[in-house]
Design a protein around this ligand. Structure first.
Ligand code: GDP
Ligand code: CA
Length: 350
């Protein structure tokens, strides 16, 4: 890829609601590119015997035109008969809403897991309906099972602490308890699928979306093989802040960043991912125009950073800042336009 050429193969790292808005912008920026979205699966949870993958499903429905646009998640024109019946039986948990249409997705997934299929294969099967021949592929970050749990302060627990699934913290407790620790259960032994590593190795552009740095991007980067693969690529890696003016646009990243020792600040998140030149991942970082001071500070510290409006109001707004970020990476390191073609075989650094 040169500065005058568009990338033909793009990898995006993403979570659910913010991630899917971002990918809609990537599609608008590069309509002819093949896009591989590596999606967080550490939010996955088993409810009523059904395996639910909230970020994958949000991404799939959003890109396939089946999302409830007002909520940003769940199926359009959803009905809730099954939840009502479960409540009538007093069957818990009732705090996680599963719509009737959505449940069909979880039934398919759960059956295919029981039949021995890998999450990567199951996602591909589900996406046949939603994405058809579109050049967009959703890849679970791993075929292994990883779940984010949080340890919260609980004065009533004997130890003063209590662990719970991230979804319970977020959906049931509205991210209200103080978070002491974030754990990736199963994370130590999880490794990226061959599909994920091959996609990274073949990419001409890698985008780290504005998704939650702790519970969306964090688990992807912690998956075995991902970080070394990203460090090895010749493609530019461009990241986007989801923290604007010291707060997330939506979600609870402000409750989680302190628990991993990162300030709730666009500059701090950029340094958390790190400049490639300093052993990190990024060739360029985007912060909102209100965070221009952070941009100056980071650029001076060796991480090329641009301050520009980052609200993803329409896919075209998102496409605009993505192209600006790619331009910055190319200007900051002219070598990225000279580097090897994307057909290099990827190394498996696990
Ligand atoms: P989740 O998995 O559904 O929680 O969604 P993600 O993790 O993919 O995205 C949530 C993150 O996206 C939050 O930290 C938000 O601050 C960020 N986000 C949401 N909307 C916007 C936006 O319009 N612009 C930017 N820059 N970030 C956003
Ligand atoms: Ca999520």
């Amino acid at each position: 890829m040169t500065a005058s050429q568009s990338p033909t193969r793009i990898v995006v790292l993403a979570g659910g609601v913010g991630g899917s808005r971002f990918v809609r912008g990537v599609r608008a920026a590069y309509p002819d590119a093949r896009i591989d979205v590596i999606v967080n699966t550490a939010d996955d949870i088993t409810l009523h015997g059904l395996r639910v993958s909230p970020d994958l499903d949000t991404m799939m429905y959003a890109l396939g035109g089946g999302i409830d646009d007002a909520k940003g998640w769940g199926r359009a024109e959803e009905t809730w008969s099954i939840m009502a019946e479960l409540k009538a039986y007093a069957v818990e948990p009732t705090w996680f809403a599963l719509g009737d249409r959505d449940i069909a997705t979880h039934l398919v997934r759960t059956q295919l897991i029981a039949a021995g299929a890998r999450p990567t294969e199951i996602t591909a099967a589900l996406c046949t309906r939603w994405l058809g021949d579109e050049p967009v592929r959703l890849l679970p970050m791993t075929d292994d099972r990883v779940e984010t749990h949080v340890v919260v302060a609980d004065p009533e627990a004997p130890s003063g602490r209590r662990a719970m699934h991230f979804q319970e913290f977020w959906v049931r407790h509205h991210a209200e308890p103080e978070v002491l620790e974030v754990l990736q259960v199963g994370g130590e032994s999880a490794s990226a699928s061959d599909e994920v590593l091959a996609a990274i190795g073949a990419a001409e552009l890698i985008l780290i979306g504005p998704s939650n740095p702790v519970v969306s991007i964090g688990p992807i980067l912690a998956t075995g093989g991902v970080r070394p693969a990203l460090r090895a690529v010749t493609a530019p890696v461009v990241g986007v802040s989801g923290i604007l003016g010291g707060a997330p646009v939506l979600g609870m990243a402000d409750k989680l960043l302190p628990a991993i020792g990162v300030e709730v600040d666009a500059g701090a998140v950029g340094l958390h991912y790190g400049a490639r030149s300093a052993g990190g991942l990024l060739d360029a970082w985007l912060v909102d125009s209100g965070d221009a001071a952070a941009a100056e500070r980071l650029t001076a510290a060796g991480l090329p950073t641009l301050a520009t409006p980052l609200l993803m109001t329409t896919p075209e707004d998102t496409a605009r800042f993505i192209r600006e970020g790619v331009g910055l990476a190319e200007r900051a390191d002219p070598a990225v336009v000279e580097r090897a073609p994307a057909s290099r075989s990827h190394q498996d650094p696990r």
